[in-house]
Structure formats: C-alpha cells, structure tokens
Design a protein around this ligand. Structure first.
Ligand SMILES: [Zn+2]
Length: 136
C-alpha cells in the first residue's frame, strides 16, 4: 500500500499529475475545503485515516470526535506522522499541520478548546485524507 520514499513526487508538476485538481489545491497549495462538504465530516467507521497524497497512516479512527466545526476533527495523530508549522496567513496566528512524510497540507491544529481530555483539535480537510476501514 504505502509507497517507497523514493517514489514520492519531487516537483509540484509531478504532484499535479497524481492528484485531482481539488486535491492538489488543498494538499499542495494549502487550500481549505468548504465546511460541511467533506466526505468524512460525520464518519464513524472504524479504521485508519491515511494521507491522500502519499498513503502514510495519520489518524486512527478512535481519535476522531464530533467538534461540530464542519471538518473532520481528531484529538491526536500517530506519533511522528504529522508536523506543525506556524502560519500567519489571513491575519491570524494558527498552526498548520502537514503530513510529515510528503509535506502535504492537512489542516490546522488548535489547543485549549476543551473538546476532549487531550484538549487538542486537529481540524483536517476530508480531501487530504482517505479512510482505510478496519478489516471485518
Ligand atoms: Zn503524505
């Protein structure tokens, strides 16, 4: 399933061939899908969410919770799978999250909102991830 490190595209043109235009806009140009439009907003299916760009495992489904914000929300990631980058765009200080393996944009992370005991919300675009349902 997962691709070898060497098989990852090296240029944005190579990514553009691999991804759909909307996937490219979000994953490689840090776009944001409109709230409540993503396919995983209300998904409760057990499994693991992978990076849609490179296939790396990012979020077990048991970290997903209902935030009612319009995007899939997770309170933790698989250790080392997601990296954080300070983002000052749009006049806000936010923390962008990207796939640690392929550097594709996932969404933003927020802390201190009190949604779950971990007090963390990874707000992720559905189009940045793909659910691999658990066997059985
Ligand atoms: Zn990736």
């Amino acid at each position: 399933m997962s691709l070898d490190e060497n098989e990852l595209p090296r240029t944005e043109d190579e990514w553009r061939v691999r991804l759909s235009p909307e996937e490219f806009r979000v994953l490689r140009e840090a776009g944001t899908e409109r709230p409540w439009t993503g396919e995983y907003v209300d998904t409760k299916t057990p499994g693991v969410y992978r990076c849609r760009a490179c296939g790396a495992q990012l979020y077990p489904s048991d970290t997903k919770f209902d935030s009612h914000c319009g995007w899939p929300s997770f309170d933790d990631a698989i250790p080392g799978a997601v990296k954080e980058i300070e983002d000052d765009s749009h006049g806000m200080r936010r923390t962008e999250i990207r796939c640690a393996r392929c550097d594709s944009h996932l969404g933003h992370v927020f802390r201190g909102e009190g949604f779950t005991p971990k007090d963390t919300r990874h707000c992720v675009n559905s189009i940045s991830i793909r659910l691999e349902p658990a066997q059985g």
